[in-house]
Structures are given as C-alpha cells and as structure tokens.
Design a protein around this ligand. Structure first.
Ligand SMILES: Cc1ncc(C[n+]2csc(CCOP(=O)(O)OP(=O)(O)O)c2C)c(N)n1
Ligand SMILES: [Mg+2]
Length: 334
C-alpha cells in the first residue's frame, strides 16, 4: 500500500507551502543573529520568537494583505510573513533611520508598519487586544470585508483588558481573530500560577465565542484553524479565541536568565519538538523540499542577514529632534 502523504490544507499552493517554511526559517536565523549581536555588545535588547515560529507564521499566513494585524513583541515571524524585510528589521534592531516600525524610536519587537496594515503595539501587555477590537469595530461600521487579528501571550490574559476586549467583540460580533501564543510562561511565572485552567480557549465560552486550542508547533494545523476563524469573521459570525500551545526555547529576553525557573531537561525536550525541523520533514515527505534546497536557502538567507547587519550598523541614527514626533501636536497642526 502506498505510504500516506501529508495533505496540504485548502487554499495553499505548493509555493505557498514552501513560503511558509522559508518565513519560519528566516525568522529563526535572524533571531539567532540578533542574539549574537547582543552578546558581543553591539545591540542592547532582544526579545525572541525562537520556538514559536510555526504559531506566528501559521496564523499570519491565514490573513489577506488588506486585513489588519496587531502583533505582539515576540512576533518576528508575523512581521516577516507580512512582508517586512530582513534589512528593515535589522534597522529596527539597531534603532536606526529608515526603520519602518518607528524610525528607530521604539524598542526592538514593537512591530508596526502602515504599508503592511500592521498596528504598532504598546509596551503595556494586552492592551493591543483593545486596539484590534477598535479596528474591527471601525471596519464593521464602514461595511468593510476585512478582519483584524491580534496576538498575545497566555500570561497577559490575566489582565482585565483581555476580558474587556472579548466582551466588546462578542457583543458587536466583530470580525476579530484573537491569537494566544501559549508558551507556558510569563517571564518566570509558569502557567499554573497565571490561571487555574488548562486551556485559555475555554474562556471563549463565557463570551459566546468560538474557542479553539491547537498544537502551536504544527504550522499547518495553526494555519487551518486560523483560516477557519478568519472565514467565520468574514461571514459575520464574530470573533474566535485561538490558542496555540507552544514554547519559547530561549530566555524571555536578552536580560533574562531562564535557568533560575525552568529545568534544562524541559527546554531540551521542547527543542526536540522544533516546529521548523518538523515542517521541513512534512515538506520533504510532500516532495516539495530537500537537503540541497535547504542548504542553499540557508546560505542565501545568511548572506542577506549579514548584508543587513553591515547596512544597519552604517546607517545613521534618527535625528534627536524627531524623537517626539507623532506624540504631541506639532506646530501648524490642528
Ligand atoms: C501591564 C504590564 N505588566 C507587566 C509587563 C512586563 N512584562 C512584559 S512581557 C511580560 C510577560 C508576558 O507573558 P505572556 O503574556 O505569557 O507572553 P510571553 O512573553 O510569554 O510571550 C511581562 C510581565 C508589561 N509589559 N505590561
Ligand atoms: Mg507566555
């Protein structure tokens, strides 16, 4: 009997399937390079996507370019899937002129780009959910066929804004995809000290909203669940709370030492469930990828990253007088 081949989800071409892998791998390689730049003293701060690439690229790929995304600080994979370039992300990392996120005024990880319909997040966790709900409400009032998607960690769902956002979205049946990237920790606090339940998605029931939990390290499962949720929103059937069970395999940020709150065995076990290696295997079984292509793509990406590092290091810092632009009303403005 012929070996069963993995099936491609609906709506994804062969190129689309490969692109998802490429986006995940670019996110990982870029993130790894950011850590070395930090550790040799060239950049002050990294907040990492490593381990969560399938969750991020998977949900982002289910959206259309005209939908609005509100990512959170870990969503490097979303920024890349949406179309932010390695060169642009490196400018942001060094806080340099030309960074499309904030022109060097924000910390790294504050993704936002008008061209990509991506709303910049606040450093205050979870308020981005309210921003997404406001965006979706405006879309609905304008009769637009668009969806807003917002991501956040499971720890942040203990904040009141989480409940306010779900409540408002459910009252007005707003087209919102709420994505919880559940990596099991809020910095050093494990999930059982954040909440007394096992699945964040169970909370959707209190808001008469669909709640779904999927394996966040299975990119195609994430894509399928996100697509279903997005289509539900487009049909006018309201929001979905989608929970992706995943893990960050590096410390919370470059200022964190995770050895003090979790065992090396636990981290190693999750490294063994690496979402990128897993999807590479799937694509290989589909006959869409092989070792040669993998090596060539890695080499090409590494040189793109190195060129971006050189360019970003050489780029000027933004003019200090622009630091408060777009914060207060400016002369001549109404
Ligand atoms: C209101 C608020 N409280 C505390 C912080 C500090 N802080 C930044 S990230 C974070 C952990 C959030 O954990 P989680 O939501 O699970 O996301 P993860 O970092 O695990 O992806 C905290 C406490 C903050 N930024 N905002
Ligand atoms: Mg978390």
């Amino acid at each position: 009997m012929a070996k069963t081949q993995p099936k491609a989800p609906q709506g994804l071409s062969q190129d689309g399937l490969v692109q998802i892998y490429k986006d995940m791998l670019v996110a990982r390689l870029l993130d790894e390079r950011m850590w070395t730049l930090n550790r040799i003293g060239k950049a002050p701060f990294v907040i990492s996507c490593q381990g969560q690439e399938a969750s991020q690229v998977g949900w982002s790929a289910a959206l259309r370019p005209d939908d609005v995304v509100v990512p959170y600080y870990r969503d490097l994979g979303v920024a890349i899937q949406r179309g932010m370039t390695v060169a642009e992300l490196m400018l942001a990392f060094f806080g340099k002129e030309g960074d499309p996120n904030s022109n060097g005024r924000q910390m790294p990880g504050h993704f936002g780009c008008k061209r990509l319909n991506m709303v910049s997040g606040s450093s205050v966790v979870i308020v981005q959910m309210l921003h997404a709900v406001g965006v979706a409400y405006a879309m609905k009032m304008r009769g637009q066929d668009r969806v807003a998607a917002v991501a956040f960690g499971e720890g942040s769902t203990a904040g009141g804004d989480f409940h306010e956002a779900l409540n408002w979205a459910s009252i007005y049946r707003l087209p919102v995809l709420f994505v919880c990237e559940n990596n099991g920790y809020a910095i050093s606090v494990p999930q059982h000290r954040e909440m007394a339940i096992e699945n964040v998605s169970d909370r959707a029931g209190a808001y008469d909203m669909a709640g779904v939990t999927v394996d966040g390290n299975d990119v195609l499962a994430v894509y399928e669940a996100a697509l279903e949720a997005v289509e539900r929103g487009r049909r006018g059937e309201g929001a979905t709370l989608l929970e992706l069970k995943t893990y960050r395999v590096v410390p919370h940020s470059s200022d964190d030492d995770d050895r003090v709150y979790r065992s090396r065995e636990e981290v190693e076990a999750w490294k063994g469930r690496d979402p990128i290696a897993r999807y590479r295997q799937t694509l290989t079984e589909m006959g869409l990828w092989d070792e040669g292509r993998d090596q060539a793509f890695r080499t090409e990406t590494q040189s793109e990253i190195e060129a971006a590092v050189t360019a970003a290091e050489a780029a000027p810092f933004p003019d200090a007088k622009d630091a408060l632009r777009f914060v207060y009303a400016e002369e001549g403005q109404n």
